[in-house]
Design a protein around this ligand. Structure first.
Ligand SMILES: CC(C)(COP(=O)(O)OP(=O)(O)OC[C@H]1O[C@@H](n2cnc3c(N)ncnc32)[C@H](O)[C@@H]1OP(=O)(O)O)[C@@H](O)C(=O)NCCC(=O)NCCS
Length: 166
């Protein structure tokens, strides 16, 4: 399981129980509704029932989350990627995304796709995702579609570039 360097160590993995699911929803509310002003009625949606949810745990505190669900045709949709503000900039977002990637590979997906808020495109690019298509709006926030295929080289993730923090 991916771990990051902060103290206490942070572990990123699929959720194990309902309490972790609730805590993950709480993180999403804090980040997307309270911090970013997204409409609360759009935050939880029908995909939550079918998605695999992930948590980033500092000890037993849930401080980050993401979800993944199938789009059919071998594509996994990654979304609701969030780390509590006070925990950002310590490699936890990367660890979360790599936990998702590892899981999606084992589950047999051929690619991961996501809708990135435009300001965060550099974060996903450095994880090996490529942007495509025009800017569009979700919850009044500009987004672009991004895609990362299994089997493609991700030069940005080579150790020794000051990026890989596990
Ligand atoms: C996006 C988010 C999940 C990143 O989490 P994080 O734990 O801060 O990310 P990391 O610490 O793993 O970031 C790793 C690298 O990405 C960079 N990075 C993170 N967010 C970035 C951004 N918005 N733009 C550019 N670079 C960014 C960091 O600077 C860091 O680079 P470094 O190692 O060279 O310093 C977090 O900022 C967040 O929850 N944002 C609010 C919710 C959101 O917008 N989610 C995305 C929806 S598409």
């Amino acid at each position: 399981m991916p771990e990051t360097s902060p103290e206490p160590p942070v572990t990123c993995r699929p959720i194990l129980n309902e309490a972790e699911q609730e805590a993950a929803f709480h993180v999403r509310t804090e980040v997307f509704v309270v911090e970013q002003g997204c409409p609360p009625e759009e935050e939880l949606d029908e995909y939550d029932a079918v998605a695999q949810h992930f948590v980033a745990l500092a000890g037993d505190e849930v401080i980050g989350t993401a979800r993944v669900y199938s789009l059919g045709n071998g594509a996994a949709k990654v979304g609701r990627v969030a780390v509590l503000r006070e925990w950002r900039g310590r490699g936890i977002g990367v660890a979360l995304m790599e936990a998702v990637w590892e899981w999606a590979g084992k589950a047999g997906y051929r690619e991961c796709v996501l809708h990135a808020q435009t300001y965060v495109i550099p974060f996903y690019k450095r994880l090996g995702y490529a942007a495509e298509g025009e800017i569009f709006y979700e919850a009044n926030i500009p987004h672009r579609k991004m895609r990362r295929r299994f089997g493609e080289a991700t030069e940005e993730l080579q150790p020794g570039k000051g990026w890989w923090k596990f």
